[in-house]
Ligand binder design. Structure first.
Ligand code: ADP
Ligand code: ASP
Ligand code: MG
Length: 403
């Protein structure tokens, strides 16, 4: 007998018919004699719809109340799924994060799971019940509901798999695995049989929404046996694991991110401590930055340009302007229309020609690069948001169709 965690995303539980389909997959796994913990997302576009409702009432609602609202979507899914399983005569129980004891940090809308209490779920499994848990949510030390960031149900699933030492964590979604790029943008993208944790982590962090990046981080840390597969077609998906057997002759994939903004602080003083002050201030407001470029301007002044998530742009601008006197910059320039395209591959580190090939593809497509950023296994370019899909196609073609 094995313990299997199965997570189903929003499109997989969209309506009654899809929920019955999901209940069928769960039932099959349970009736084979396995213990099953199920994690569900909100149905279809529920989370977006809830955000729209909040916007109608108060566009600047507090993050605490947003979490209170958004966490309801997952509660609907788990109750409905339990009802579907009940109707099949299967023993089950639905639980919220509060009932399970999924303890998280208090950073509303972007909380991290700290610890999962095991008693309740263990007791339910001992009673041979299928346990259905709300994804995406946690509870902070003060007892408040938190959410884990968009797409965070994947992380709930992997965290539960790690906490209960599950034999397998299956992420069921609307594609049948991880592809070399988003198959909705590039129809000839190829499905990967397997991918390493490191490559998947980079792809997810650079915008491949098929897995929440923190879920991959946790899977790597706790060696969770992870698989991405379709809830609609019964076929093998993509295995995410430590090392893959295939010899690395190409990149693993291309990712895009269109939720980026850029801020430039113009005319800062060229003194020690300036960068520290700027990024310490942003860090204290839980604003993460990504690519940073510092350049020396005229008359010993300097400019610092950085990218951040678009949702944080307004707050960052406010915070920086509020400290204008202390930071002593001349003015701020912002651009909310930035996109990022990245290539990822374990073989990149030993092959500098790969970056050149990416730039060649962009040159041939007539696309201008604004900033470049690299890691050991990744090259990213920042460009106009409008160019992103064209850039993904051009780069993907270069690596996968001209090979
Ligand atoms: P779920 O609701 O099941 O969590 P998501 O919408 O979060 O599903 O993630 C699945 C989507 O991720 C796919 O429909 C696909 O458009 C997108 N995607 C982006 N990059 C990739 C990739 N490299 N491989 C597969 N899917 C990808
Ligand atoms: N429902 C949440 C979202 O739409 C979490 C998830 O689906 O993973 O982001
Ligand atoms: Mg998702």
């Amino acid at each position: 007998m094995s313990l299997i965690v199965q997570k189903f995303g929003g499109s997989s539980v969209r309506d009654a018919q899809r929920l019955r389909n999901v209940a069928g997959i769960i039932a099959e796994t349970y009736l084979e004699g396995n213990d099953v913990i199920v994690v569900l997302s909100a149905q279809g576009d529920t989370t977006d719809d809830l955000i729209a409702k909040a916007q109608e009432i108060n566009p600047r609602a507090s993050k605490r109340e947003m979490d209170m609202l958004l966490s309801t979507g997952e509660q609907i899914s788990v109750a409905l799924c339990a009802m579907a399983l009940e109707s099949m005569g299967l023993p089950c129980v639905s639980l919220t994060a509060w009932q399970v004891g999924i303890q998280s940090t208090a950073v509303h809308s972007d909380a991290r799971i700290k610890k999962i209490d095991s008693e309740r779920i263990r007791a339910e499994l001992d009673q041979h019940r299928i346990v259905i848990v709300t994804g995406f949510q946690g509870v902070d030390r003060g007892g408040d509901v938190t959410t884990l960031g968009r797409g965070g149900s994947d992380t709930s699933a992997v965290a539960l798999a790690a906490a209960f030492r599950a034999d397998l964590c299956q992420i069921y979604t609307d594609v049948d695995g991880v592809y070399t790029t988003d198959p909705r943008i590039v129809p000839n993208a190829r499905k990967l049989e397997e991918i390493t944790y490191d490559e998947m982590l980079e792809l997810a962090s650079q915008g491949a929404q098929v897995l929440h990046n923190r879920s991959v981080e946790l899977a790597k840390k706790f060696r969770v046996n992870l698989e991405v597969l379709s809830s609609l077609e019964r076929k093998p998906g993509t295995k995410v694991k430590e090392v893959t057997n295939v010899e690395k002759t190409n990149i693993a994939g291309v990712a895009k991110d269109t939720s980026i903004a850029r801020i430039a602080l113009i005319g800062l003083e060229h003194n020690p401590g300036v960068a520290f002050q700027v990024f310490d201030l942003l860090g204290k407001h839980n604003i993460n930055v990504d690519v940073i470029i510092q350049s020396i301007g005229r008359e010993e002044s300097k400019d610092i340009t950085f990218t951040l998530h678009r949702k944080d742009l307004e707050e960052a601008e406010e915070v920086l302007n509020a400290h204008k006197a202390a930071l002593r910059f001349d003015h701020i320039e912002t651009d909310a229309g930035i996109g990022k395209v990245s290539i990822v591959g374990a073989g990149l580190v030993s092959n500098c020609g790969v970056a050149a090939r990416m730039f060649e593809a962009l040159y041939e497509a007539g696309i201008n690069i604004q900033m470049i950023n690299t890691s050991e296994i990744r090259v990213s370019v920042l460009l106009d948001e409008e160019d992103v899909n064209r850039a993904v196609k051009a780069v993907h073609d270069k690596f996968f169709d001209e090979a």
